[in-house]
Design a protein around this ligand. Structure first.
Ligand code: GRF
Length: 223
């Protein structure tokens, strides 16, 4: 099953899967502390599924629709697939279903999410529009452990990018997305290697100097 000490990674997607692709590329490196085990989607038409299959990674679909309003039943089906594949760590990568406290508890401190803002600012959707409306000069993305409350949980890593004159939501989103693709593999690597873990609802780094590795500052316009 596991190759050495590499953690077996499950990635949950609903769509494009560009963050998933960044994680798969990182995990191709034999020295990376996690190996891509399963990509699971709630939508059969998620573009990321064919990319993952092309990379030789096992994929699965658990459609939420047949479960109707029974979110936990849907999650039990997902949980069973993840466990059958021997998944040890989960990365949410554009997975567009709210998770119940039950599922979050099953994977507590073993499930990461990436959110396109510098949390705790701009939880929820339309983060780039809201950053522009608010007039912040720095924007970015955050990788955090998942808790039952949306876009909440101990913060593992953050990337900052500038908001530039003339930015529209698409331009800003593209700059943030580029930073996401750097940040997510980095954060996953720290967690999978045991260098970052949740303790008392904060992330602690071992050794402490590692904390600086969990920051990306992409402050040049072209970075
Ligand atoms: C990303 O912006 C991520 O931060 C958010 O959903 C988007 C997913 O994009 N959670 P992709 O599917 O990874 O391209």
């Amino acid at each position: 099953m596991s190759t050495g000490q590499r953690k077996r990674l499950g990635i949950l997607i609903s769509g494009r899967g560009s963050n998933m692709a960044a994680l798969l590329q990182a995990a191709k490196e034999p020295s990376f502390p996690a190996e891509a085990t399963l990509v699971l989607s709630n939508r059969a038409d998620a573009a990321g599924l064919s990319y993952a299959a092309g990379e030789g990674v096992q994929t699965a679909v658990v459609d939420h629709k047949p479960f109707g309003r029974d979110r936990e039943a849907f999650e039990r089906a997902m949980d069973a697939r993840l466990r059958a594949a021997g998944v040890e760590l989960i990365c949410l990568a554009g997975f567009m279903r709210l998770l119940t406290p039950w599922f979050v508890k099953q994977w507590r401190d073993r499930m990461l999410n990436i959110h396109p803002s510098l949390l705790p600012a701009f939880k929820g959707l339309h983060t780039h529009e809201r950053a522009l409306e608010t007039g912040v000069r720095l924007h970015g993305c955050t990788v955090h452990f998942v808790r039952a409350e949306m876009d909440d949980g101990p913060i593992i890593a953050q990337a900052a990018v500038p908001v530039l004159p003339g930015d529209d939501p698409d331009a800003l989103a593209a700059r943030v997305l580029k930073a996401e693709h750097r940040l997510y593999p980095l954060a996953l690597g720290l967690v999978a290697s045991g260098q970052a873990k949740a303790e008392n609802e904060h992330v602690v780094f071992d050794p402490p100097e590692t904390a600086c590795k969990a920051l990306v500052l992409a402050l040049d316009a072209e970075a």
